[in-house]
Design a protein around this ligand. Structure first.
Ligand SMILES: C[S@@+](CC[C@H](N)C(=O)[O-])C[C@H]1O[C@@H](n2cnc3c(N)ncnc32)[C@H](O)[C@@H]1O
Length: 248
């Protein structure tokens, strides 16, 4: 997926590039059994890595954080260094559909808000071989919370090019990949506002001053405002759900 450079100008300075929050990362991590002291963890589509640093504070092992946008990895490396976590995080610039790792080596694969790039079932199938037998996979992705979502909302997602499944449909996709579903958790509303939409909307206001007269940039900025408004209007119909799975 290739995105316009201006897209990155909006997101590079933000704490996150997708919905999520430290509280949710910690809660979902607490649903896993204890990991080995030397656990190997893979964070796919890490962005500038707020969840990577949150995980690093929770584990004793090493986290390999993958993204295909080097500036995000540079920010993650700098923030990890500031937090004294540089020895626990290694960044790798690679595509999530061609991961450069040996099979069967990770105890945990984690991915927040990024699996939509390859598609839910496809992502699970692509990443499962990299897990050890008995290893865990945690992903968050968009999901319908109702069986009959409003047409306007369905159309908004269709225009974005990614239509979520209901949580039931996503469970069926998990079953098809041979992973065992252990738990699910819906990202709370705070995970959309505090570290995602609030800083994103502030950045949009800032960039309107410098780029608002360029129609391409203005349209992209409008789409971010629309995204936040769509979430606010339909927050009981859709959201993000974490799926905790195990490779049998
Ligand atoms: C919506 S962001 C989520 C980032 C982060 N996990 C978070 O929750 O803040 C998706 C991330 O996937 C990365 N990405 C996009 N296409 C990718 C690909 N083919 N391979 C690896 N990373 C990719 C983007 O650069 C971006 O950092």
């Amino acid at each position: 997926m290739s995105l316009p450079p201006f897209f990155y100008q909006v997101f590079e300075s933000l704490p996150r590039q997708g919905p999520g929050c430290t509280g949710a990362t910690k809660h979902v991590f607490s649903l896993l059994p204890p990991l080995p002291d030397d656990a190997k963890i893979l964070d796919v589509g890490c962005g500038s890595g707020t969840q990577t640093r949150d995980l690093a504070a929770l584990v004793t092992g090493i986290i390999t954080a993958v993204d295909n946008h080097q500036p995000f990895l540079d920010i993650l490396n700098a923030r990890a260094k500031e937090a004294g976590l540089q020895g626990k995080i290694r960044t790798v610039n690679a595509s999530m559909d061609a991961l450069p790792f040996e099979p069967g080596q990770f105890d945990l694969i984690w991915s927040e808000g990024a699996i939509f790039i390859v598609g839910f079932e496809q992502g699970l199938s692509l990443w499962k071989p990299f897990l050890k037998k008995g290893g865990y996979m945690v992903v968050s992705d968009a999901a319908w919370f109702v069986s009959n979502p409003p047409q306007e909302l369905v159309q908004w997602w269709e225009e974005k090019g990614y239509v979520p499944g209901t949580e039931g449909q996503l469970r069926e996709q998990i079953e098809k990949t041979g992973l065992r579903l252990v738990a699910t958790y819906r990202l709370p509303e705070a995970g959309w506002w505090e570290n995602y939409h609030v800083p994103m909307l502030a950045r949009v206001d800032e960039l309107r001053k410098t780029h608002g007269s360029d129609p391409v940039c203005a349209a992209l900025l409008d789409s971010f405002v629309e995204e936040a408004e769509t979430y606010r209007k339909y927050k009981s119909d859709h959201g993000y759900t974490f799926f905790v799975m195990q490779k049998p």
